[in-house]
Design a protein around this ligand. Structure first.
Ligand code: HEC
Ligand code: HEC
Length: 197
């Protein structure tokens, strides 16, 4: 009797194991397919790995996940607007946004620190360090890294904070105190810093 039970177990166990394995395969494939499909709608502008194809489009690689989540949601809800960007996120669900923010935050932004000393930008940087760090890597999930970001994009954001077109109680006040020359210098400065990821 004992022997029969053992034999049965030996036959069933591998079958049970294999069927579990096969049952999970489509689930994994679907998940990966879902990520790929979502990411595909972003890559014309932000690149397959989150390094953008145009200096006016932000790099998303290595950006803080919490910040990406917050900004994509802001575009979806019209709190932040851009005619190029907004149409692509209008129909995303919260789960889609979580998947996208996770994907792009995990990509590598390989920008290396510039060897040229950027004195002008460094002088302006004194006003930014407490939140964006010495080299543009922030300490909180909700504040954006600036290191290795596109210089033209950073400049544009500072101008839109200054004019009030992009809303942020903190950044609007800070940008209003900067001249166009200072904006240019500090954008250049942070774009030339090494990104951690
Ligand atoms: C047709 C080009 C285009 C496509 C496609 C596009 N974006 Fe964008 N995206 C932009 C532009 C341009 C901006 C900058 C908007 C601005 O100036 O405020 C932007 C900004 C962003 C930002 C803000 C980054 C930051 O540092 O604040 C995020 C996040 C983002 N896009 C995610 C996505 C995701 C996710 C997708 C795909 C679902 C996507 N974008 C598709 C053009 C695009
Ligand atoms: C007190 C904290 C604080 C200080 C100081 C600060 N920032 Fe920010 N910065 C923020 C926060 C928070 C955001 C995100 C705003 C939002 O929610 O859209 C931000 C966003 C930005 C963005 C947009 C980045 C993106 O990916 O779209 C730029 C550019 C920027 N800051 C540049 C600067 C510069 C340059 C300085 C110094 C002159 C500076 N900031 C000082 C907190 C700060």
């Amino acid at each position: 009797m004992k022997l029969v039970t053992k034999n049965k177990f030996n036959k069933i166990a591998p079958i049970a194991f294999l069927s579990c394995f096969f049952m999970n395969q489509p689930a994994i494939a679907n998940e990966q397919g879902n990520v790929n499909n979502l990411v595909k709608s972003c890559t014309t502008c932000h690149g397959q790995k989150g390094i953008s194809t145009n200096t006016n489009y932000p790099n998303l690689a290595g950006q803080k996940q919490g910040y990406l989540n917050k900004e994509i949601t802001a575009f979806r809800e019209g709190k932040r607007d851009n005619p190029q960007m907004t149409p692509y996120v209008k129909t995303l669900s919260d789960d889609d946004i979580t998947v996208l923010a996770h994907y792009f935050s995990q990509q590598k932004n390989g920008t290396k620190a510039s060897k040229t000393y950027n004195k002008k930008g460094e002088n302006v940087r004194a006003r930014c360090i407490s939140c964006h760090g010495m080299t543009g890597i922030t300490v909180t999930e909700l504040w954006p890294n600036l290191a290795g970001q596109q210089a033209m994009y950073l400049q544009k954001q500072l101008h839109t904070f200054k004019s009030g077109e992009r809303k942020s109680p903190i950044m609007q006040v800070i940008a209003q105190e900067l001249t166009d020359k200072q904006i240019e210098a500090v954008a250049e400065y942070y774009s030339q810093q090494a990104a951690s990821k």
